[in-house]
Design a protein around this ligand. Structure first.
Ligand code: ZN
Length: 360
C-alpha cells in the first residue's frame, strides 16, 4: 500500500505536471492568440489609417491642385487686369493732354472773340457818333480843303468793292463810267495777273486801287513777317499793273489787331473798314443788297458812309447799278476812299482804322 501510494503520488504529480504544462501551454497559446489578434487588429487599424491618410493626402493633393490652378487663373486675371489698367492709364493721360490742349484752344478763341467784340463795339460807337453829327450845311468844316469839283455841302459816299478783280468787274466799270462815278477796289493780289487788263482800266478811269492782301488770309493769325509778305506782295502785283502807289489796306474779314496797325503805320497804309455792310456775298440778291444798303440809321447809306460790296458777283453789279442811280437822285457825290478821307479827315493817318467819314 505504501508502495502503491508512492507510485500513485508520482503519477499524480506527473499528471499534474502535464496538466499544469497544458494549462501553461494553453494559457501561452491563449496569450499568443490574443497578442496576434491585437497585433492583427492594430495592423488592420494601421492599414485603415494608412488608407485614410492616403485618401486624405489625395484629397489635399486635389485641393492643392485646385488651389494652384485657381491661383494661376487669378494670376492671369490679375495680369490681364494690370494690362487693362495700364492701357486705361495711358488713355487717361492722352485724354488729359487732349483736354488741356482743347482748354487752351478754347481760352485762346475766347480771348480772340472778346478782342474782336471790343473792336466791334468801338466801331459801332464810332458809327453811332458819326450818325449823331450835324449835317454839313449847318456846320461846314473849316479845316478840310475840299477838291474844287466837290462843294463843301456835297453829300459824300464811298463805294468800295472787295475780292476782285473778277469776270463781272468790267460791267461795273462800264456802269460807273456812264455815270461819271468813282469807286475804290480792294483787290486780292493773286487775281491781279489774270485780270491785269481790268485792273489797269479801273486805275486809268480814276478809280482807286487798295490792297486786300495777296491770298485773303485772316491777318491777325499771321506773324509780322507773314503779314508783311501778304501785304507787300499784293502791293507789288498791283503797282506793276497800275504804276500807282497803294496807300489803303482792307484786311480780309475786317480782321485787324494792334500789330497790324503798327505795321500799317510803318508802311504808310490807312486801314479801311466800312459802315454799310451789304452782305452781298451772303444774299446774292439785288433786292436784299439794296434794302440793307438803304436802311435807316448808322449802318445804312448816309453822308460820309463807306459801303462794302464785292464786285465778283453779278447780283452785286446789278444792285450797284440801281444804287448808283438812287444815290445820284438823292444828291450824293461818289468819291474814292482817299478823296473822302482828304475831304473829311485831313487825309487820314497811316495805321488808323476808318469806318466812315461823316461831316464835321
Ligand atoms: Zn474779302
Amino acid at each position: 500500500m505504501k508502495k502503491t501510494s508512492k507510485s500513485t503520488r508520482g503519477l499524480r504529480a506527473a499528471l499534474l505536471a502535464v496538466c499544469a504544462g497544458g494549462v501553461l501551454l494553453a494559457a501561452g497559446f491563449g496569450f499568443g492568440i490574443a497578442g496576434w489578434k491585437r497585433a492583427a487588429d492594430s495592423l488592420a487599424g494601421a492599414d485603415a489609417q494608412i488608407a485614410d491618410g492616403r485618401r486624405e493626402r489625395q484629397k489635399i493633393q486635389r485641393t492643392l491642385n485646385d488651389t494652384r490652378s485657381q491661383l494661376h487663373d487669378t494670376q492671369s486675371q490679375l495680369t490681364a487686369a494690370q494690362d487693362q489698367a495700364s492701357a486705361l492709364e495711358a488713355r487717361l493721360v492722352q485724354a488729359e493732354q487732349r483736354a488741356s490742349a482743347a482748354e487752351s484752344d478754347s481760352r485762346r478763341l475766347e480771348e480772340e472773340k472778346s478782342a474782336l467784340q471790343s473792336e466791334l463795339d468801338q466801331l459801332r460807337k464810332k458809327a453811332a457818333a458819326s450818325s449823331a453829327a450835324p449835317s454839313p450845311s449847318s456846320s461846314p468844316s473849316a479845316s478840310s480843303s475840299p477838291a474844287p469839283s466837290v462843294p463843301d455841302s456835297a453829300k459824300l459816299i464811298a463805294l468800295t468793292f472787295d475780292d476782285g478783280p473778277g469776270d463781272t468787274t468790267a460791267r461795273l466799270l462800264d456802269e460807273l463810267k456812264k455815270r461819271g462815278m468813282k469807286a475804290t477796289f480792294f483787290v486780292v493780289g493773286n487775281r491781279v495777273g489774270r485780270y491785269a487788263d481790268t485792273l489797269r482800266r479801273a486805275a486809268e478811269e480814276g478809280h482807286e486801287i487798295g490792297t486786300h492782301t495777296y491770298s485773303h488770309p485772316n491777318l491777325t493769325k499771321l506773324s509780322r513777317a507773314e503779314k508783311a509778305e501778304e501785304i507787300q506782295s499784293s502791293i507789288q502785283a498791283i503797282q506793276n499793273v497800275t504804276g500807282k502807289p497803294v496807300t489803303l489796306l482792307r484786311p480780309p474779314g475786317g480782321s485787324y489787331d494792334d500789330d497790324l496797325k503798327a505795321y500799317c503805320r510803318e508802311q504808310n497804309l490807312r486801314i479801311l473798314y466800312w459802315s454799310v455792310d451789304t452782305r452781298d456775298w451772303e444774299s446774292r440778291s439785288k433786292s436784299s443788297i439794296l434794302t440793307t444798303a438803304f436802311q435807316d440809321g448808322p449802318y445804312g447809306i448816309r453822308d460820309g458812309a463807306i459801303v462794302l460790296m464785292h464786285d465778283v458777283y453779278a447780283s452785286t453789279v446789278d444792285a450797284a447799278v440801281e444804287m448808283m442811280d438812287r444815290l445820284q437822285k438823292d444828291g450824293y457825290t461818289t468819291v474814292t476812299v482817299s478823296e473822302l478821307l482828304r475831304l473829311r479827315c485831313g487825309g487820314g493817318a497811316a495805321g488808323e482804322v476808318y469806318v466812315c467819314a461823316p461831316p464835321k
